[in-house]
Design a protein around this ligand. Structure first.
Ligand code: ADP
Length: 830
């Protein structure tokens, strides 16, 4: 690169359209137009020494309109035989010239760059024979155009150099501003070079340039190598002042540097992602190949992926999630045929299914609505309902209150379950019932450890999985029926469940990770309080539901049961009416229970029969098939044969909705249940008053009241005497307590024989020469308890005195040896 160039006063001009050649830049151009070919021929090719030409940027006038910066306008002139153009910088008042060979106006830039040809080659186009040149040009230095003229077909210009002289340069180099600027530029340029070198991993040849080339030239060289806009190129060309040039160049280089950095960052990111996913892809491919080789099924993998997705969305706490992931990794390594694969899978499915966080949204508790709801579902039970409302009120004021667990105690069918489900409805929570009846194994509550074959989670976890929310109302049904046995004590596991301090981390053996039960609202039911272990009872608040009187049953039947039963059978009162009298008869003759479950069953039997009858009236019966199959005479026989009270409730499936019959059949008058129909459908009365009267017709029989898990029952006691030697025989599956009661009763009667006028005098034993036999009928049913005391005494007195006992009175009560009758409990239950 030449240090300084001697510029001639006039230069042949090659126009560069919308492009700038900067000093220090090297370009290759192909000249094909006649004017440029002529220029190259005359100014370069035919010269002995290497010639110079001027490169002058031009701009399409159309493009610029009120163009930028000073441009040259052409005027018409004549100078020494050449058409000349006076150059008027920055003005446009002179006439415009339509340049020959060019259709459009062009605007010349007033400054250009002198260029030297480094290489020239000449070519001839084949068919036309046209000559073309390929030139490699190097930009040398700036000049400004004084005057533009045409020589033949190309332009020439009178020029003056713009670069500084040596002395000027030296002066500028002393300028502190210039020094800072050049340092700044060099630093930026250096940075750019290192970035580029790093990228291309090339040696530091460019760095040498920085040290050897003067900084003002470097500025041009750097800018020339970037792709920048035409305007920016022009302004660089116009920066004759070195300070301006340097600051402009620094700005452009810096911009370039930044854009490289940003681009690099983006590619790095993309590459990073790509390589990770590519790696995974490769690994998967390999795994697939291995599995194929082993003949494994591919579907399983998708299953596992689905399981993983499910696990991710289960919302497990972080420690459990870690545990689950560990298990999942194990599963992924296993083959489906491998032992343990399935159990591991089932286990993970359970983890994924459990409601770790999923909760039903709790509604704002509306006590009034809750009360209405309870009232509309349940007749009577005023105190119980009041207690439930109190319970709800506490929950409303303190939602996380850890009040005692409610435990409804009472015989079957008194509405314990339905009250619990009403609580759930009032709280706006889901309801789940867990039956504890007959649970003797602790594992039923707590699950089996996974080491056992066929191990399962306990009923609680199972129930939570079923409801799929972590805050349901959970009914622990028949909590009194759990028993201790060799397999552990379920009650102690329940203790943990019901203890608010412990149930936050309930540990199911199968699950093997703690599960938080603290959001569950527990409600329990039991038939009796006594079998419930005291510690468990301590955690609960017992609410007794003693059972209903016949009057209450009647009301419940009329208000709740009949409408429900009719609805369940697709009937309405238009089709079947069960008058109050008949309900009373059903209660008296067909049921003997504390609750209303059998009553409901019997009513359902009536409804079924009525449904058949209604259907029979129309032959085209569009009922579902199941009803067709029950041919009506057959049904009636069946119903008549069946023991009315025991008929299991069957809900006849309706094809569309419950009111289908109503819509299909229009019958003249409703079917009214009468006694005949009762007998036909429910069979002969199971219980009636005559029976008691008949049974106590002879002396020695008395009527007792006993309590069973199914409510109160009438219990007969029969005593008889025969020849013997004073022994007492007892039969009827009696427990120790009741046997002792019999002893006590006999002793008491013997001691009081004279007072009761059973014996003539105190010296005569009433057992003289005879044995006594006491029997409790229904001999197959085990009986126990002390409360048969008074009944036994009555039976014995009746036997010895040969007087009959009243048929309409039943007795209950424990008697002591001295004849005291202890206070009786649960009369209503009995
Ligand atoms: P339990 O759980 O005590 O064995 P359920 O709650 O299953 O009894 O009740 C049996 C049936 O009797 C249910 O259909 C219930 O709605 C009904 N029932 C019980 N008590 C009443 C009542 N007081 N009012 C209305 N229906 C009642």
């Amino acid at each position: 690169m030449a240090e300084s160039v001697e510029l001639p006063g006039r230069l042949g001009i090659l126009p560069f359209r919308n492009k700038v050649l900067l000093p220090g830049a090297i370009i290759r151009i192909r000249c094909t137009s006649p004017s440029s070919v002529k220029l190259v021929e005359q100014e370069l090719w035919q010269r002995e020494e290497k010639g110079l030409i001027g490169i002058l940027p031009v701009r399409d006038a159309a493009e610029t309109a009120a163009a930028v910066v000073p441009m040259l306008s052409q005027g018409v002139g004549s100078d020494s035989g050449e058409r000349s153009t006076r150059v008027q910088v920055g003005t446009s008042d002179s006439q415009r010239l339509d340049v020959k060979n060019q259709q459009e106006n062009i605007q010349w830039h007033p400054r250009g760059v002198a260029a030297r040809a480094l290489h020239l080659s000449r070519g001839v186009e084949k068919p036309s024979g046209r000559v073309t040149y390929t030139v490699i040009l190097e930009g040398l230095c700036r000049f400004s155009v004084q005057e533009l003229s045409t020589r033949g077909t190309y332009y020439t210009a009178r020029i003056s150099p713009l670069e500084m002289t040596k002395t000027e340069m030296e002066q500028v180099e002393q300028d502190p501003d210039f020094i800072t600027l050049s340092r700044q530029f060099k630093a930026t340029a250096m940075e750019l070079i290192s970035v580029l070198e790093q990228k291309q991993k090339t040696g530091g040849r460019t760095k040498v340039l920085l040290e050897t080339v003067p900084v003002h030239k470097l500025a041009d060289i750097f800018v020339a190598s970037f792709e920048i806009s035409f305007e920016e190129q022009l302004s660089m060309l116009d920066s004759v002042d070195l300070k301006v040039r340097l600051s402009k160049a620094t700005e452009i280089v810096d911009r370039h540097l930044q854009s490289i950095r940003v681009a690099e960052k983006i590619t790095q990111k993309v590459e990073g992602q790509l390589s990770k996913s590519q790696k995974e892809f490769l690994l998967r491919q390999q795994m697939r190949a291995i599995k194929e080789e082993l003949g494994d099924n591919d579907d399983d993998e998708d299953d596992v992926a689905a399981l993983e997705r499910k696990m991710q969305s289960a919302g497990m706490p972080s420690n459990i999630w870690k545990h689950a992931q560990r298990e999942l990794r194990r599963l992924k390594k296993m083959q489906p045929q491998q032992p343990g694969y399935n159990s591991s899978r089932v286990y993970l499915e359970l983890l994924a299914d459990l409601p770790w966080q999923n909760a039903s949204e709790e509604l704002e508790l509306d006590l009034k609505a809750a009360k209405e709801h309870l009232d509309s579902d349940h007749y009577g039970l005023v105190k119980v309902k009041q207690r439930i409302i109190e319970y709800l009120a506490v929950r409303k004021l303190k939602p996380d209150a850890r009040g005692p667990v409610l435990c409804f105690v009472g015989p079957p069918g008194v509405g314990k379950t339905s009250l619990a489900s009403s609580i759930a409805a009032a709280l706006g929570r889901k309801f789940v019932r867990i039956s504890l009846g007959g649970v003797k194994d602790e594992a039923d509550i707590r699950g089996h450890r996974r080491t056992y074959i066929g191990s399962m989670p306990g009923r609680l976890i199972e129930g939570l999985k079923r409801v799929a929310v972590c805050n349901p109302v959970m009914l622990l049904d028949e909590i009194d029926k759990t028993g201790v046995d060799v397999r552990g004590d379920p009650a102690s596991a329940l203790l943990e469940v019901l203890d608010p301090e412990q149930n936050r981390t309930f540990n199911d053996h199968y699950l093997n990770v703690p599960f938080d039960l603290s959001k569950v609202v527990f409600v329990a039911t039991a038939n009796r309080v006594q079998p419930i272990p005291p510690p468990l009872l301590d955690r609960m608040e017992v609410i007794e539901l003693p059972g209903y009187t016949p009057e209450e049953k009647l009301k419940i039947a009329m208000r709740h049961l009949i409408p429900r039963v009719l609805d369940q059978h697709g009937l309405s009162s238009e089709f079947l009416q069960i008058p109050e009298d008949m309900v009373k008869l059903v209660i008296q003759r067909y049921t003997r229970e504390a609750g209303v479950r059998n009553l409901e069953r019997n009513l359902a039997a009536l409804a079924r029969a009525a449904a058949v009858r209604v259907a029979e009236q129309e032959q085209a019966v569009p009922l579902s098939k199941d009803v067709h199959q029950l041919g009506s005479p057959l049904l009636e026989n069946r119903l008549a044969d069946a023991d009315g009270g025991e008929v299991e409730m069957e809900v006849i499936p309706m094809s569309v909705n419950n009111h289908e019959i109503s819509n299909t059949f229009r019958i003249a008058s409703p079917l009214v249940v009468d006694e005949a129909m009762l007998e036909k459908v429910l069979g002969p009365p199971r219980f009636d008053d005559k029976e008691t009267a008949e049974r106590v017709a002879s002396p020695g029989v008395s009527v007792g009241l006993v309590w069973t898990t199914f409510g109160g029952e009438v219990q007969f006691v029969e005593a008889t005497a025969m020849v013997g030697n004073g022994e007492l025989h007892l039969t009827g599956q009696l427990g120790d307590v009741i046997k002792e009661s019999a002893q006590i009763a006999l002793t008491w009667v013997r001691a009081r024989a004279a007072d009761l006028k059973l014996a003539a005098s105190e010296d005569i034993s009433i057992l003289e020469g005879r044995d006594i036999h006491i029997h409790f009928p229904a001999g197959a049913v085990p009986k126990d308890g002390p409360s048969a005391g008074v009944t036994l005494v009555t039976a014995l007195v009746s036997l010895f005195s040969q007087r009959r006992v009243r048929a309409d009175t039943a007795m209950t009560g424990e008697i002591t040896l001295r004849g005291l009758v202890l206070p009786v409990g649960g009369v209503k239950d009995k």
